[in-house]
Design a protein around this ligand. Structure first.
Ligand code: NAD
Ligand code: UDP
Length: 312
């Protein structure tokens, strides 16, 4: 297949590009390098099956003979998506409009990277796909949450109105090698702080929970949805169901890195979800997919990656 990946210079997009090229597909990456990095694509420079276009997906684009579009362009870390909320909302909304236009013109299939953030601060746990969520429409996270919700709506409207083969996955917190040093999300922050023997910064009291998925598991789940013969009539949750509080995560990171760091408590940001855990029954039943990498194993791999790249 000829596959367009938007956000290909980012953490997930670059892993997806590797996976697809290794599976024999041709990949055209699109990115504006706002949170991604050319370093993530450096190893693909000589790869004949990889092409790259520097482009902001808020602007229309035409690429001929596309079979599949994976729309991953969007800042994913709260500090990044909140630093230019208007661009975040536009990337989500105008970006998916432009990619749906491209899919319609080329008759390509489209897979939208949505997020567990569409559940907001969930009042049910675990979060099953049929849950509509609890989202503040005007808060500091809304540019991301509501932007992603609007993008989901458009995917299903294009399917109903134009018969387009659009698919939606809801990704839960994922971590792995290649996370940016300045990403700001909790796993990379804690590991970098621990490796530098600095205090680990916990926001709030640290009793809020997240469930962390290792990137190799996620990529297999994405491919399972993207290449499934039949489309599903709903979004698909992808993540890891093992839930940890931020205190538990901090202790694990300190232990795994052998660090002497201690913990420092900072203010909890507005609208920070109190809990998050995916219900994965749908993915298990219809894709035969479930994650296998345990948190301890994954954290060790990420710690080794940061040691190689940034801790000297
Ligand atoms: P990332 O910031 O590493 O990657 C995003 C990429 O998109 C970057 O390379 C950035 O430069 C690019 N980009 C941003 N705005 C753009 C624009 N307007 N035009 C072109 N390129 C643009 O983040 P990530 O963790 O790799 O996330 C990728 C996607 O997966 C995002 O859509 C995110 O919402 C979704 N997601 C990720 C997670 C996770 O835990 N990593 C969880 C849920 C959803
Ligand atoms: N967090 C933290 N310390 C950090 C970064 C984040 O305690 O240095 C918390 C944050 O408040 C949230 C959780 O860790 O409760 C996950 O945050 P992240 O930004 O990784 O992703 P989110 O799931 O909030 O989008």
């Amino acid at each position: 297949m000829r596959v367009v990946i938007t956000g290909s210079a980012g953490f997930l997009g670059s892993h997806l590009a590797d996976y697809l090229i290794n599976s024999g597909h041709e990949v055209i990456g699109i990115d504006d390098f706002s949170t991604g990095s050319a370093d993530n694509l450096y190893h693909l420079q000589q790869e004949s099956k990889f092409d790259f276009i520097e482009h902001d997906i808020r602007d229309p684009i035409f690429i001929p003979s596309v079979d599949l579009i994976l729309n991953f362009a969007c800042p994913a870390s709260p500090i990044h998506y909140q630093s230019d909320p208007v661009k975040t909302m536009e990337t989500n909304f105008l970006g998916i409009v432009n990619m749906l236009h491209l899919a319609k013109k080329t008759r390509a299939r489209l897979l939208q990277a949505s997020t567990s953030e569409v559940y907001g601060d969930p009042q049910v746990s675990p979060q099953v796909e049929s849950y509509w969520g609890n989202v503040n429409p005007i808060g500091i996270r809304s540019c991301y949450d509501e932007g992603k919700r609007a993008a989901e709506t458009l995917c299903f409207d294009y399917r109903r109105q134009y018969g387009l083969d659009s698919r939606v996955i809801r990704i839960f917190n994922t971590y792995g090698p290649r996370m940016a040093e300045n990403d700001g999300r909790v796993v990379s922050n804690f590991i970098i702080q621990a490796l530098r023997q600095e205090e680990l910064t916990i926001y709030g009291e640290g009793n809020q929970s997240r469930s962390f998925c290792f990137v190799s598991d996620l990529i297999k789940g994405i491919a399972a949805v993207a290449f499934a013969e039949k489309n599903f009539d709903q979004p698909v949750n992808l993540g890891n169901p093992n839930e940890f509080t931020m205190i538990e995560l901090a202790k694990k990171v300190i232990e795994i890195t052998g660090s002497t760091s201690t913990i420092r408590f900072l203010d909890l940001p507005q609208d920070d979800p109190r809990q998050r855990k995916p219900d994965l029954e749908f993915a298990k039943k219809y894709l035969g997919w479930e994650p296998t990498v345990q948190l301890n194993e994954g954290l060790k791999i990420v710690s080794d990656d940061f040691k190689k790249r940034i801790i000297h």
